[in-house]
Design a protein around this ligand. Structure first.
Ligand code: LFR
Length: 487
C-alpha cells in the first residue's frame, strides 16, 4: 500500500513535540517538526498547566506537518491523570491543575477512610499516588468549578475535543484515574459514588485505534487542511504509546519508559491484583490492545532536571547536563544512595538540598558537588529499577531476559549501563521517541497500514531503529547498597 503520513502530538511535562510520522510496509520514519517548552505555571498559590498555550502549539505543529506533505491523521498523547472541566456550554472551567500541585496533600488518607485501600486496589489496581485523578477530584470537592462541571476530559481528550468537538475518554489514560475498573474496563461508578465524586461528568470510554472524528471546519481552516482529516485515538497516555514503541522481539521482556518519570515493569495480559501486589504498591495500567502494564512509578529524571534548574537559578554555570553527566561517569559508584521515591521529591523546588537532606537522614555521605549529587541521583535510580523489576517479576511469575529502556533517558548511557549492572540482565536502549512512534503506529493501523498487532508494530520499530546494548558488568555490590536504603 501507499505510505501513511500522520501528525503525532506527544506532550511531556517539560516539552511538547509534534512529529510527522510516515509508515510504509517496511518503513517507519519520524521527523520532529515542532518542539515547544512546557512546565507548570504558578498562579494564585497553585500550579497549573497553560493548556490554551499547549493547544496553540499543537495547532502550530500540526500546521507544519500539513505544510510539508500529506496529512492522513492526527493523534495526541500526554502525561496522565490531569484533566479539564467543561461547563454546560462546553467551555473550559478554569485552568487544569498540575499533578505536582500540593492540593492533594493529605487527601488520599481521607478518601481511604471512605473506601478501604484493599477495596480501592481490587477495583482499580493502581499504585497509590497522591495525584491520581480520584484524589484530585476529592481535593476539588465543593469548589465552584467542580460544582458547575458537566464533563471531565483528560488532557489529551480535551485537546482532541478542541479539534473535533467530540467528547470521550480513551481507555489507557482513563485507567490512570483511580475511577476505572481494570477488570471490567468500565468506569468504576460505585466507587465514584462512595467517594462523592460526581460520576456523571465521566465521558463515554473509547479505545486506542478508534476514530474520534474529523477536524472541525474552523480548525481545518486554521490548519490549512481539508475538512475531514480524522483525529485518531492513540494510546493517549504517553506511557501506553511508549510501550507500543518498545522494539521487543522476545516475549519475556521488562521495560523502563524513561522520561520525567521512570515507569518500570512488565507487559501482562491480565492485571495482578493480589494482596502482595497491593502491599508492594504496584500499578496495573491499561495498555493498547487490552494489555496491562504492571509497573512502578519511579521519580525519574525529574529529579535531575530539577537539580539542573536549581543550579542554573543559582548561576552555577559549570553545572550543565553534559558536564555533570561526564563528571558522574568517573565518580565513585554507590558512594551515596537515597530512596529516590521519597514523596518530598515530587513537587518542584530545590532538589540538590533535598537530596542532601535525604542522604543525611539515611546516614549516607552527603554529596557536596553537582557531580556528586548527579551521581547520587543516577545510582539511586538504578538501585530503584533493580528493586522494582525484581519485585514485578516475582509478583507476576515472570523472569525477563532483557530490559528495554525507551524514552529520552535511553540516551543517558551511564544510567543504562548502571541499570544493566544493577538488574543483572542486558539492557537494550532506544528508541528515545518511543511514545511518538507508538502514537504513529496506532494511527497508521487505523488508517489501513498492515500492522495486525503489537508484535508487528514492534517488529517494524526494531527493523528501523538502532539500539544500544549494555551488558551487565560484575564487581559492584548492589545488594549491600539496597540494604543501606531499606535500613
Ligand atoms: C509519564 C506519566 C506517567 C504518569 C505521570 C503522571 O509521563 O504519564 O505514566 O504516572 O506521567 O501523569
Amino acid at each position: 500500500g501507499s505510505p501513511v503520513r500522520v501528525a503525532a502530538v506527544d506532550l511531556g511535562a517539560t516539552s511538547g513535540r509534534v512529529m510527522a510520522g510516515r509508515v510504509g510496509p517496511r518503513s517507519l520514519h519520524l521527523e520532529e517538526l515542532h518542539r515547544f517548552p512546557n512546565g507548570g505555571v504558578r498562579a494564585n498559590g497553585s500550579l497549573f498547566w497553560d493548556v490554551l498555550g499547549i493547544h496553540r502549539e499543537v495547532l502550530n505543529g500540526v500546521r507544519e506537518v500539513a505544510r510539508t506533505g500529506p496529512l492522513h491523521g492526527i493523534g495526541i498523547d500526554s502525561w496522565a491523570v490531569d484533566y479539564g472541566l467543561l461547563d454546560r456550554d462546553g467551555n473550559l472551567l478554569g485552568n487544569p491543575y498540575s499533578h505536582r500541585d500540593s492540593r492533594t496533600d493529605g487527601v488520599p488518607a481521607r478518601v481511604l477512610e471512605k473506601v478501604g485501600a484493599a477495596d480501592l486496589y481490587a477495583t482499580t489496581g493502581l499504585q497509590n499516588l497522591p495525584f491520581n485523578t480520584i484524589y484530585q477530584l476529592a481535593a476539588a470537592q465543593g469548589t465552584a468549578a467542580l460544582e458547575s462541571a458537566e464533563q471531565l476530559l483528560l488532557l489529551p481528550d480535551l485537546l482532541a475535543y478542541w479539534l473535533t468537538g467530540k467528547i470521550g475518554a480513551e481507555r489507557t489514560n482513563a485507567s490512570t484515574t483511580g475511577l476505572y475498573d481494570v477488570t471490567t474496563r468500565e468506569w468504576a461508578v460505585d466507587l465514584a459514588k462512595r467517594v462523592g465524586v460526581p460520576w456523571a461528568i465521566l465521558p463515554p470510554l473509547r479505545d486506542a485505534g478508534d476514530v474520534i472524528g474529523p477536524v472541525l471546519g474552523e480548525v481545518a481552516e486554521q490548519l490549512g487542511v481539508d475538512a475531514g482529516v480524522p483525529v485518531v485515538a492513540v494510546g493517549s497516555h504517553d506511557t501506553a504509546s511508549a510501550i507500543v514503541g518498545v522494539p521487543a522481539t522476545e516475549d519475556d521482556f521488562a521495560y523502563i519508559s524513561s522520561g520525567t518519570w521512570s515507569l518500570v515493569g512488565l507487559e501482562l495480559e491480565k492485571p495482578v491484583l493480589s494482596e502482595a501486589a497491593r502491599l508492594a504498591d504496584f500499578t496495573n495500567e491499561g495498555g493498547v490492545d487490552g494489555t496491562v502494564r504492571f509497573l512502578k512509578n519511579v521519580m525519574g529524571l525529574w529529579v535531575l532536571s530539577e537539580c539542573l534548574r536549581t543550579w542554573s537559578d543559582q548561576r552555577i554555570r559549570e553545572a550543565s547536563l553534559a558536564a555533570v553527566l561526564e563528571g558522574a561517569v568517573d565518580a565513585p559508584a554507590l558512594r551515596t544512595v537515597v530512596d529516590i521515591n521519597d514523596p518530598r521529591l515530587l513537587p518542584p523546588g530545590d532538589m540538590p538540598s533535598r537530596i542532601q537532606q535525604l542522604a543525611e537522614e539515611a546516614g549516607e555521605p552527603i554529596p557536596r558537588t553537582p557531580v556528586a549529587i548527579a551521581r547520587t541521583v543516577i545510582d539511586s535510580l538504578a538501585l530503584a529499577y533493580r528493586k522494582h523489576l525484581r519485585t514485578a517479576a516475582e509478583l507476576a511469575g515472570r523472569s525477563p531476559s532483557v530490559v528495554h529502556i525507551v524514552g529520552g533517558g535511553s540516551q543517558n548511557h551511564l544510567l543504562c549501563q548502571l541499570t544493566a549492572d544493577a538488574v543483572g540482565i542486558p539492557v537494550l536502549a532506544g528508541p528515545s521517541e518511543a511514545a511518538a512512534l507508538g502514537n504513529v503506529l496506532v494511527q497508521a493501523r487505523t488508517l489501513g497500514a498492515p500492522l495486525k498487532d503489537l508484535g508487528a508494530m514492534r517488529d517494524l520499530v526494531r527493523r528501523t531503529h538502532e539500539l544500544h546494548r549494555f551488558e551487565p558488568r560484575p564487581g559492584t555490590d548492589w545488594d549491600a547498597a539496597e540494604a543501606r536504603i531499606t535500613r
